[in-house]
Design a protein around this ligand. Structure first.
Ligand code: SAM
Length: 452
């Protein structure tokens, strides 16, 4: 590994919990690998591995497998996430009195680690908006959220300033800010070359702009979670102090166990608590997180649901796809039919006015002459009806399906969900003598599956 910049080390002297020898030593070790299990899509994958102490679904892996070659990864049985950042789970559990009827924004969300974690925690009455401003990254986010399968997880792609259009709308806003990345040196050696004091300053300015832009969207007494994967105080404690100086906030302190090796810090001017993970001390990579409450009045966006847009004809055709609460079925545009949780209809009416909604609810598919052509989203959704016909495949067949190859199995004419170990991967249509693979082109795995 490249050498850690001396100016970073110098800047960390005096930071609570920093120990140069331990820090340097830890950077001679490989990064810790971990995953977070899906709470609904139960599978045998990694269930017996050692648990990440601050996240019940987190698991440490002894070595890093080739995830692309694991069909369970594609089915959304787990998400590959760095262990320290799962501390968000612990904070949210401590801070939120309920998981129901909340509106949560994950502002800087791609590729989706925090968003899949938040989605796992929320009741279906709550709504999660995962936003990513950079378009190419937003498509990866959308794919990961589709794989996670929740109807109440939506994806937008907007600049943080656009959230000023919905003042006081969110109960919780998570800002996992773009940062100088010193916490990820073990995962990505390029981050070492890209690190500089000038970049720390640049990131700090950007972090302030992002927070100032999104602040109005948080309601009074709402919770802001701020996180980075940087060790630099300019991006961590100093940002908390900047927030404390500019807005009325209250610090939220949570009890963490000493044995976790996570260091609690307080910002020097406003005494706002934050939690820092140093590799070598906590079992994970570098991470910083803080929670604070907005203690000032916020404008309140007024919105009421106008007439329901539930399309009864579509509902009749597509409701066989879902179990549980009957969704609202809508046509967003010529090609997009969606199903959303009924409580979220007013939110859709509001958000589609100002935001680029990449994903709202689940896409349901398209009506055709004598059938309903199901969309890929539904096969991965946690609300897929148990009555849908499925084809159970082994690992090799699953990988061939994921390579968008023709299937060698036989099944009755019609639509079937391809399942691996009980979890949906996508749709096929049997024509009797052959099977058409409906995996979307851009989901196709490109790796050679025979090379192992
Ligand atoms: N939360 C993500 C997760 O857990 O998978 C990681 C987010 S990453 C630390 C920061 C994200 O902020 C990146 O996806 C980046 O594209 C986005 N970003 C970059 N510049 C931004 C800006 N000016 N405003 C908002 N987001 C920005």
């Amino acid at each position: 590994m490249n050498k850690i910049p001396q100016s970073l080390i110098d800047s960390l002297h005096g930071v609570p919990g920093f120990d140069e020898a331990g820090f340097t030593q830890a950077h001679l070790q490989p990064a810790v690998t971990s995953i977070r299990l899906h709470p609904v899509k139960q599978s045998k994958a990694f269930a017996d591995n050692v648990q990440v102490p601050w996240c019940p679904q987190g698991r440490y892996l002894v070595e890093r497998p080739v995830f692309t070659l694991d069909p369970l990864y594609h089915a959304g049985a787990y998400y590959v996430q760095e262990a320290s950042s799962m501390l968000l789970h612990y904070l949210l559990k401590q801070v939120l009195p309920t998981n129901e009827n909340l509106r949560v924004l994950d502002l800087c969300a791609a590729p989706g680690g925090k968003s899949t974690l938040i989605a796992s925690l929320l009741d279906e009455s709550s709504l999660l908006i995962s936003n990513e401003v950079i378009r190419t990254r937003a498509s990866i986010l959308e794919e990961n959220m589709t794989r996670w399968g929740y109807m109440n997880s939506w994806v937008t792609s907007n600049d943080p300033a656009v959230f000023g259009k919905v003042p006081g709308y969110f109960d919780v806003i998570v800002v996992d800010a773009p940062c100088s990345g010193s916490g990820l040196f073990r995962k990505d050696a390029r981050a070492i070359d890209e690190w500089s004091e000038a970049n720390v300053q640049l990131c700090s300015g950007r972090q302030q702009r992002i927070l100032a832009d999104v602040w109005p969207a948080l309601k009074e007494n709402g919770v802001l979670i701020y996180a980075t994967c940087s060790f630099s105080q300019q991006e961590d404690e100093e940002i908390l102090d900047w927030l404390g100086g500019k807005f009325e906030v209250e610090t939220i302190n949570v009890q963490i166990l000493e044995e976790w090796g996570i260091v609690e810090v307080n910002s020097s001017r406003h005494g706002i608590s934050g939690y820092r993970c140093f590799p070598g001390k906590a079992k994970g990579e570098g991470f910083f997180i803080a929670a604070l409450r907005k203690k000032e009045s916020a404008d309140n966006i007024r919105f009421a649901k106008s007439k329901s847009e539930n399309d009864k004809k579509i509902a009749q055709q597509a409701s066989f796809l879902f179990k549980g609460q009957e969704p609202v079925f809508l046509q967003l545009d010529k090609e997009t039919h969606i199903a959303i949780i009924p409580q979220h209809e007013a939110d859709l009416q509001l958000l589609r006015k100002s935001f680029f909604l990449r994903k709202a609810g689940l896409q349901t598919g398209m009506p055709a002459a004598k059938e309903w052509i199901p969309a890929h989203d539904t096969a991965l959704g946690i609300a897929l009806a148990d009555t849908i016909s499925s084809i159970d495949v082994n690992r090799e067949q699953a990988l061939r399906f994921l390579k968008k190859e023709e299937m060698d199995t036989v099944a009755a004419k019609g639509w079937h969900v391809v399942k691996y170990e009980g979890l949906g991967l996508g749709w096929v249509k049997s024509l009797g003598n052959r099977m058409n693979n409906y995996l979307p082109k851009h989901w196709k795995i490109r790796m050679n599956i025979d090379e192992e």
